[in-house]
Design a protein around this ligand. Sequence first.
Ligand SMILES: Nc1ncnc2c1ncn2[C@@H]1O[C@H](COP(=O)(O)OP(=O)(O)O)[C@@H](O)[C@H]1O
Ligand SMILES: [Mg+2]
Length: 386
Amino acid sequence: MGAVVAVVGGGQLARMMQQAAIGLDVRLRVLVEARDGSAGQVVPDAPVGRADDPGAVRGLADGAEVLTFEHEHVPGELLTRLEAEGVAVRPGAHALRHAQDKIVMRTALSELGIPCPRWVAVRSEEELAAFGEAAGWPVVVKTARGGYDGKGVRVVAGAAEAADWLADLAPGAALLAEERVPFTRELAVLVARRPSGEMRAWPVTETVQRDGVCAEAVAPAPGLDPALAHQAVEVATRIAEGLDVTGVLAVEMFEYPADDGAAGGSRIAVNELAMRPHNSGHWTIDGAVTSQFEQHLRAVLDLPLGPTDPRAPVSVMVNLLGSELPDPATALDAVLARCPGARVELYGKEVRPGRKLGHVTVYGEDLEAARREARTAVALLRGDPA
Ligand SMILES: Nc1ncnc2c1ncn2[C@@H]1O[C@H](COP(=O)(O)OP(=O)(O)O)[C@@H](O)[C@H]1O
Ligand SMILES: [Mg+2]
């Protein structure tokens, strides 16, 4: 029987990990929020429990080869305790903290000399105002912990606009304030790293966020200056090594105009990190030789990593965010007939406005054609009027 890999979190990322696990005869054991949720539907061994319940997480890890995650919301002290008890936690608690707390992340990246937006931790309106005066308004303010999909991110024109968040701060806690980067686009670099140190990066991906939520991804990032692409991958691998990450690391970045003749006229700055498969890497399921989900399993099991080469000159991934249909799967007949190149991934989730319900990837020779087909497929799944 194959190795048991314990995964905290029962959303679409664990669901897609199951696909990769089947081929490798890896037995996933997933701690789910609900038995009939996205991962619970497809993983037989899916105990229900909370990610912050020590008993539930310890039980999940019991007898498993390794404990890993599809989200970051597991208390660090619990993971440190499990590590002391001999559980292989990957990524380890010492690495994962940088994906759990954006101030911890900024501090560590700055120490590693990684390019970041200008930033400061603030505890009061006075501190935020001082930063805004120095860096220029508007300023981007973020909750250090618990944010995702743009929740916990606010662009403010003055310190008073963050007053509620500042008032809610726990003793000793702070908000992250950053200069607003005038980015031309957002990029992501995914890299996988094994405990033994082997690393593989996929080509740089361009991502498009709408209202703080990833809407589309294109890989390799079109028209990216080769020197900048090289630098982006180098930054991601330096972070993976510097923070001792195991498994998949996603590094979100900004590309912004340089005023000093830098490579391709642009520079990059790191936005944030995720230590798990990431929305920016969904295209790899169909568009790369090894998908991020398989690579994550290989990496946390310390197995040789697979090639990350793209299968086609371009892959476009479009997210299905909400739907007018009671069940997007009812559109499959139309989608599969009209969009033969569409690789459809539905997450088995109940429809709610704006919710990530699935995605479509199209790979091929031509960016515009691939984008058109992927968008058409998603429009059908969304029930848009023809
Ligand atoms: N310093 C910044 N300058 C400009 N835009 C930003 C900045 N930080 C975040 N954003 C925008 O907000 C989005 C969400 O921010 P992020 O820190 O990635 O939060 P989340 O954890 O919700 O993904 C980013 O993808 C980007 O579009
Ligand atoms: Mg983000």
